[in-house]
Design a protein around this ligand. Structure first.
Ligand SMILES: [Zn+2]
Length: 517
């Protein structure tokens, strides 16, 4: 049995100032259909709701799936969202404290997860994009520079939402008290000096004053028609007005990134939004602006990189919200497909490691002595979107076993570590089954399914007459990829003819490496 990606689907929608984009994702996060629809009929809640509903229905139709299998719709919104339900406001849109999630659910007939667009982008790049490639990336800032400016902040593997869900509004922090008025009413917000829209406004304002400017030459007085593309074309042609406007915006962005880095000190700053989707040297210019700023006491500057998901980051993140609430915490263990006649190992006492190991457990010991156990594969794994995972370990017996299968029990201990949701409160144990035997080596395996995304670490506990732990950590608890066999904690401390033993209260009997951890 394997996780069926087609069992359920999620729709992710992102609202941008002039259009709505939508993706349909399957259970493992693959995009099965996508669409972009222009915003028609204004920017009021009713009009945008209609476009969102149409886009969602369109991707469901395009993917040719059973609409009954859609779990819900995630929606990214270009303004702060309170408690995942209410849009507080959107700069430039006639919205005020709109209970939009309720309205969308009535119109869609599906559960809706509503979230600020930058938070969606942060979730997507963290889970599926730039941050997912790093072995250690527990904190991240996603700076979304579009028509507005926003940030999604990930701390300890979770989107940081603040008291009511509206954290991360870096775009409306004052960066120049003498700067222009922002759509929010404040003066000199980062958004007012560094967004794509403000960049266009600035370039137009200065170009208007000089008939020799590139923009004046190509526009024939139609200043309303100036686009970001036209500005970038002017920059490429060396037009000083457009170049100054771009440099000003990037220098403010560099200040904003520096402020964010010093406050959050993330593993990575990821850039997204229209500003960085064109790829014509803007990132290099921004990097040199950042490089010109002195580092704090010589500290290593934060890693800054462009997101890997491009314009789709926010809609993918919106869909991920739905998948995330569906998967919740993993419970399901999928049995391996081979050999079915092997009896389910029974564990009289379930061992929980490491938290509860020291409190002891009772287990019936078999007569088979384990010589070694090795090659735990994988030792750790990053699950991205619920894909099933098989783990195996090889066991060698001291004496060739007379029975088949031998009376050996193998538990896989697994724990989700420091990603979304942080550590589990209680790590899980799953029985492994004998799946292969070759040259005296018994291979035990188990397939885990429906795991929520995150980083997982594994240890195998092999139970025979003596106990053996197999782990791949060094003494600091760091994964080092090596396989270690940790000799029985109990063999030395019980009589061989004692078929049952208890570790309750005997802390000194814990395995050495376990005690050190
Ligand atoms: Zn503002």
């Amino acid at each position: 049995m394997e996780l069926n990606p087609d069992a359920h689907f999620a729709v992710g929608v992102n609202v941008r100032p002039t259009f709505v984009e939508a993706v349909l994702m399957d259970l493992i996060g693959s995009i099965r259909a996508e669409t972009i629809l222009p915003l028609q009929g204004g920017r009021d809640p009713a009009a945008i709701t209609n476009t969102v509903v149409e886009a969602a229905n369109q991707v469901i139709r395009l993917a040719q799936i059973d609409p009954g299998r859609v779990l819900g719709v995630g929606v990214g919104c270009p303004g702060p969202v309170a408690n995942g339900r209410v849009v507080v406001g959107i700069p430039g849109f006639p919205w005020e404290s709109e209970a939009w999630a309720d309205r969308l659910e009535r119109s869609l007939g599906l559960p809706v997860s509503l979230e600020n667009d930058a938070n969606c982008g942060a979730l997507a790049e963290f889970r599926h994009g730039a941050c997912s490639r790093l072995e250690e990336c527990d904190s991240m800032v996603f700076l979304y520079v579009d028509y507005g400016v926003g940030a999604g902040i990930i701390i300890d593997g979770k989107v940081y939402r603040g008291e009511d869900g509206t954290a991360g509004e870096i775009g409306h922090t004052t960066i120049d008290p003498n700067g222009p008025r922002c759509l929010c009413g404040n003066f000199g917000c980062l958004e007012a000096v560094a967004s794509v829209e403000s960049l266009v406004r600035r370039a137009v304002a200065s170009s208007k004053l000089d008939a020799g400017s590139h923009l004046a030459g190509i526009l024939d007085g139609d200043w309303e028609a100036v686009s970001f593309e036209a500005i970038m074309e002017a920059v490429e042609r060396g037009d000083p007005f457009a170049t100054d406007a771009l440099n000003d915006a990037l220098s403010y962005l560099a200040i904003g990134i520096s402020n964010l880095s010093r406050m959050v000190r993330p593993s990575m700053v990821v850039l997204g939004g229209y500003m960085f989707e064109r790829g014509d040297g803007i990132v290099e210019r921004l990097e040199s602006e950042i490089g010109r700023r002195p580092s704090l006491f010589g500290m290593r500057p934060n890693r800054v990189t462009v997101g890997e998901l491009g314009g789709k980051a926010c809609s993918i993140g919106a869909g991920t919200l739905v998948l995330e609430s569906f998967f919740g915490e993993a419970q399901q263990v999928i049995a391996p497909p081979i050999p079915t006649e092997v009896p389910e190992p029974s564990f009289e006492g379930t061992l929980v490691w490491p938290q509860e190991a020291e409190h002891g457990f009772v287990v019936k010991v078999s007569a088979v002595r384990i010589q070694s156990a090795s090659d735990l594969r994988p030792a750790f794994s990053r699950i991205r979107s619920g894909e099933p995972l098989s783990v195996t370990v090889d066991v060698r017996l001291a004496d060739s076993a007379s029975e088949t299968p031998p009376d050996v029990k193998v538990l896989l201990h697994w724990d989700r570590v420091a990603l979304f949701g942080g550590n589990w409160a209680t790590p899980k144990n799953s029985p492994m089954q004998l799946i292969d035997e070759k040259d005296g080596v018994l291979r035990y395996g188990v397939t885990l399914g429906s795991l929520p995304p995150g980083r997982y670490e594994f240890a195998a506990h092999v139970l025979g007459k003596n106990d053996i732990w197999v782990r791949t950590h060094d003494e600091h608890g760091e994964s080092n990829g090596r396989v270690e066999v940790i000799a029985s904690r109990a063999a030395a401390d019980r009589s061989d003819d004692d078929n049952n033993y208890s570790l309750r209260g005997k802390e000194e009997a814990r395995p050495k490496a376990l005690a050190e951890r």
